[in-house]
Design a binder for this molecule. Structure first.
Ligand code: DOR
Ligand code: ZN
Length: 352
């Protein structure tokens, strides 16, 4: 069989993305918009995007930036940050305003999660309406207790939070975001959803490409630190299997999360990998290595919109097997961000 050197795909979407605000937004948005038609925009700003009014204002700032950057073919899909006090009525307003979902950050789990949910029992009335109205819950699936080992937090979340939640809300649409473990991949694969399309997971490029050794290779590597943290090789292999299996419950979500270089290379470094520069090239490497390049399109472009009940994109994009050099740094407001693979190459690049 001859090796594939060019790949034309229906244009993909990014179902989990951090683009921040202000001058950072200005600098990162073009990277995403070059590849993706739509993206689920994470609401963990400071202060968090907790209401429809805040999300509408944020959407307007993104749209203004798109216009200023002469980008006419990208649509931000807005989300709201769930809190202990989100009123059930906000769900109805959100649905009317075209909000794509509510994000559950367990309080303290990650960047700007202090206002997150301390106990899901406070959210039950709100979740009830989400289930009824078909509004998805997007979850950062980790428990946060200090006594739970950081590498076990996702697996414990499944048993103590997710499984009871699905029992209480069997028809709630849930996206288990940026899964990192075999337990999560198998839980999503095997979950009985009573033939309804109620459970899916996104997978990042870094969790498909790297295991936890990458955080400690020859010294501490802060640019490989994200949350949930990278796991053992056996987990990476389970994620690759899930992503490349053709199972529509798994789809693309980069979790690209820009932080200034100085805040990563720091005594208390921030969590997040900046993958937006050429995320699709990174995913193509994973699918090629697994001999499943023919399944990249569905993972990147079909299963996400199908789950969210949105139309698939109609334009196409083409990837070439031409290595792309990744810069050591990229501009980020008044500072710089270090992208994943900085100073190296990515095997696939986007055709102009
Ligand atoms: O690594 C991460 N970075 N994980 C998250 O959950 C949040 C994100 C961020 O906002 O920087
Ligand atoms: Zn994220």
């Amino acid at each position: 069989m001859t090796a594939v050197t060019s790949l034309t795909l229906t244009q993909p979407d990014d179902w989990h993305l951090h683009i921040r605000d202000g001058d950072v937004l200005r600098d990162v948005l073009p990277h995403t918009a070059k590849q993706f038609a739509r993206a689920i925009i994470m609401p963990n700003l400071r202060p968090p995007v907790t209401t429809v009014a805040l999300a509408s204002a944020y959407r307007s700032r993104i749209e203004a930036q798109l216009q200023a950057s002469s980008i006419s073919d990208f649509t931000p899909l807005m989300t709201l940050y769930l809190t202990d006090n989100t009123p059930a009525d906000e769900v109805r307003k959100a649905r009317a305003a075209g909000i794509a979902g509510f994000k559950l950050y367990p309080a303290g789990a990650t960047t700007n999660s202090d206002a997150g949910v301390t106990d899901l029992k406070y959210c039950y009335a709100t979740l009830e309406v989400m289930q009824k109205e078909g509004v998805p819950l997007l979850m950062h699936g980790e428990v946060t207790h200090a006594d739970i080992d950081v590498f076990d937090r996702e697996a414990v979340f499944i048993d103590t939070i997710l499984e009871p939640l699905r029992r209480d809300f069997p028809e709630l649409k849930i996206v288990f975001e940026h899964i990192t473990t075999r337990q999560a991949a198998h839980y999503v694969r095997d979950a009985d959803t009573k033939n309804k399309n109620t459970l899916a997971a996104t997978i990042t490029p870094q969790h498909l490409l790297l295991n936890r050794n990458a955080i400690f290779a020859g010294g501490i590597r802060p640019h490989h630190y994200c949350l949930p943290v990278l796991k053992r090789e056996e987990h990476r292999l389970a994620l690759v299997e899930a992503a490349t299996s053709g199972n529509p419950r798994f789809f693309l979500g980069t979790d690209s999360a820009p932080h200034a270089k100085g805040l990563k290379e720091n005594g208390c470094g921030c969590a997040g990998c900046y993958t937006a520069f050429n995320a699709l090239g990174l995913y193509a490497e994973v699918f090629e290595a697994a001999n499943q390049l023919h399944r990249l399109e569905a993972f990147a472009s079909f299963y996400g919109p199908d789950f969210y009940g949105m139309p698939r994109n109609t334009k196409t994009i083409t990837l070439h097997k031409v290595p792309e050099k990744v810069p050591h740094e990229l501009p980020l407001a008044e500072t710089v961000v270090v992208p994943l693979r900085a100073g190296e190459t990515i095997a696939w690049s986007l055709a102009e």
